[in-house]
Design a protein around this ligand. Structure first.
Ligand code: WT7
Length: 674
């Protein structure tokens, strides 16, 4: 996507009127920032200040242990528990009756235009229900410390409750987004060594009931075939759907599971070491095998607490809404753990932004008087298509902060929401981070009481306490305005602790690309630019990873899925720019001798992708049939050339290209598509 990004070198400076008197002189911020990263002590001091705002069963002996890089340890010796932080501690601080969670289901009552299901939970409600689930998990299924449960769930409150229940027991979760296929689910459950999967009978999306239990059953079978036993599947009854396949003993209804657990059942939260595993989350990389990003407890909590304040400026009276799905890291950090541990009211909704009405989001913002809104460029691009009247009829004046995440935001999109949602008086930035970072790392920091002038589409500045650089291939800093690779040059508290059971890969993927002067630098995989003022602009992935509607998917995963089909011998996948989704997979496919391309085969292959990876990838994928794909003489696929073909750019250096007809082939296939 890098090439498509329109970034304005000098940008336009915008200051929301409410912030007119509270603007950083950029040099002043840079001095302040510099002071927080100048040495290890400074970094420790900065984060310790935030750690002191949280609850600990036991405080740390050391803030940061960097004696064995890149295996950094934060808050060494300290003990806490995410469930305790999000529930008990909130109650202790007087928030027992405060609204903690507002949840809206998808089915709407057409006549009154209101959701049929709406649930509100106080902190005490969440506390009570989490305890019951934790109790049942421990007493009935023997769940204990260090075990990983896999969740494959819709956006329903039970997901959040199970997360907190598992944390309470000192166990961990691995959430698999409900749009993934049975195969993807099985592979992740096996990799995590889970013996329990929590799911629902089905989910609602755009008016349809989409079965989940059957997918889980299929995954359980795949696990068994591969010698991994899933002992239990806990099923939340979401849709009352008849005819759900059921296996006694293995399958357990959630409502029956907790039925006989008394309301006052309590589980003492485990006192967990800071670097214990809170969760793992599988994400895509440049090889076919997903990476189990492993997160900590203590450091993770500190990073979230700091960013809830710095980035979202969270205060007691805020109503906070992050529209992500909990299946991705954004939902983990900024729907569940971050908002709850800072005592805010968090909103969770099921379904889609534009169903049953294209103004569903604006309706929700108005009804709850949302003040802080966290959204994605993909969704905004989709909602921009609808007439403005749909926005104008809602009172959105409570909004004061609107951030986006997941992919670069084009200045045009920024302007649209800044004006139409934010009446040109909100703080808005594109907050950059990734599954691995656990927490937001760039932005504007209204929580410091001052902001920088906004620039449409920028990612702002690195957080205090975090050094980020843009480097050239040799590891030298790029000049302002020059494109380079984004690296993080200091450890930060919410960072991943390793890749689950694969420390070598952890070092290899993230810490081996930029090692100049023997310094440890985390390679993000992104291209970025720092402009003359020091603002960061992330341009897109520099590696073979696509962002499809903000979701991350590796081209290698798509290619290996294609190869699983009996008619395919080879394929090369690249990202094709797409108006709404940012990019979609474009797959150059070579068929077995004797198999002819046809529209039917194309449909079949798309269906195959849907089954092996999931609909996120498959729904807008483009399959192009070719005789061969361009390769180097050593046999590496030259995706760069394919990208040039579909974006109409120059081919560049082709000296290593083995067979020039491959490029002609790609051009021909692409021409045919047009
Ligand atoms: C990749 C990480 C963590 C949030 C959800 C995505 C891209 C993320 C931005 C942004 C430009 C962004 C990067 C990054 N990305 N936020 N504000 N501006 N690009 O998490 O699935 O781990 O993906 O998303 O390319 O590497 P993820």
């Amino acid at each position: 996507m890098a090439e498509e990004r329109i970034y304005e070198e000098f940008g336009q400076y915008i200051v929301p009127s409410s912030w007119k008197d509270k603007v950083w002189d950029i040099k002043e911020y840079q001095r302040f920032h510099e002071n927080t990263i100048k040495d290890k002590k400074a970094i420790e001091n900065w984060w310790e200040k935030w750690a002191n705002k949280l609850f600990w069963f036991k405080k740390w002996d050391r803030v940061l242990d960097d004696s064995n890089p890149p295996f950094y340890k934060w808050f060494v010796g300290a003990e806490t528990n995410l469930s305790y932080l999000c529930l008990d501690w909130q109650i202790e601080q007087g928030r027992k009756n405060k609204l903690a969670l507002i949840w809206e289901g998808e089915p709407y009552d057409e006549t009154v235009k209101k959701p049929k299901e709406l649930k509100k939970f106080t902190y005490y409600d969440l506390y009570q229900q989490t305890n019951r689930i934790a109790y049942a998990l421990r007493e009935k299924l023997g769940v204990k410390k260090d075990e990983i449960l896999t969740f494959y769930m819709p956006m329903i409150p039970e997901l959040l409750l199970y997360m907190l229940a598992v944390q309470r027991l000192g166990a961990s979760h691995s959430i698999v987004y409900s749009g993934f296929s049975a195969l993807a689910l099985a592979e992740r459950a096996i990799a995590a060594g889970s013996r329990i999967i929590v799911t629902a009978d089905a989910l609602y999306r755009r008016g349809k009931v989409k079965p989940l239990k059957e997918i889980v059953d299929e995954a359980v079978n795949i696990c068994e075939k591969r010698g991994h036993n899933i002992e239990h599947v806990i099923v939340v009854n979401r849709t009352d759907r008849p005819g759900i396949p059921w296996k006694e003993i293995k399958d357990i209804w959630h409502h029956e599971f907790i039925k006989d657990i008394p309301e006052n059942a309590r589980i003492e939260p485990e006192r967990l070491k800071s670097d214990s595993i809170s969760y793992i989350l599988y994400t895509s990389g440049t090889t076919g095998k997903p990476k189990g990003v492993q997160h900590s407890i203590g450091g993770y909590a500190v990073g979230l607490c700091a960013t809830m304040k710095l980035i979202f400026d969270i205060n007691e009276e805020d109503i906070y809404w992050c529209v992500a799905d909990i299946g991705w890291v954004t939902g983990h950090s900024y729907i569940v753990y971050g908002p709850l541990m800072t005592g805010t009211t968090t909103i969770m909704y099921e379904g889609a932004p534009d169903y049953p009405w294209p103004d569903r989001w604006w309706d929700i913002i108005e009804r709850y008087a949302v003040t802080v809104f966290y959204t994605t460029p993909t969704a905004i691009r989709m909602l921009m298509k609808f007439p403005l009247d749909l926005i104008k009829k809602h009172d959105l004046s409570t909004l004061r902060i609107i951030h986006s995440v997941g992919e670069p935001i084009n200045p045009k999109v920024f302007h649209w929401y800044f004006k139409n949602l934010g009446r040109e008086d909100v703080v808005a930035t594109s907050t950059w981070w990734m599954t691995e970072t656990g927490q937001i790392l760039t932005g504007h920091f209204p929580g410091l009481g001052k902001i920088f002038p906004l620039k449409p589409g920028t990612n702002g500045f690195p957080l205090p306490g975090v050094k980020m650089e843009v480097l050239d291939v040799d590891g030298n800093p790029c000049n302002p305005g020059e494109r380079g690779y984004l690296v993080i040059s200091t450890p930060w508290p919410s960072m991943l602790t390793t890749l689950y059971q694969d420390p070598e890969r952890y070092i290899d993927v993230y810490w081996s690309k930029f090692t100049k002067n023997k310094q440890w630098r985390f390679y993000t995989g992104d291209y970025a630019v720092k402009d003359q003022d020091g603002y960061l602009w992330v341009l897109g992935r520099a590696d073979d990873v696509l962002k499809v509607a903000g979701h991350r998917v590796g081209t290698a995963e798509i290619e290996s899925a294609m190869l699983m089909h009996p008619t395919v011998v080879e394929s090369a996948c690249i990202g094709k720019p797409h108006k709404l989704k940012g990019e979609v997979p474009c797959i150059f496919t070579v068929l077995k001798q004797g198999v002819s391309p046809s529209p039917e085969l194309e449909t079949e292959l798309k269906l195959h992708l849907r089954k092996t990876i999931g609909p996120i990838v498959a729904s807008d994928a483009i399959i192009l049939f070719v005789e061969t794909v361009p390769k180097t003489r050593s046999g590496k696929i030259m995706r760069r050339l394919l990208k040039a073909v579909i974006t109409g750019q120059k081919l560049g250096d082709i000296t290593t290209l083995e067979d020039p007809t491959a490029v002609k082939e790609a051009e021909r296939a692409y021409q045919y598509l047009k």
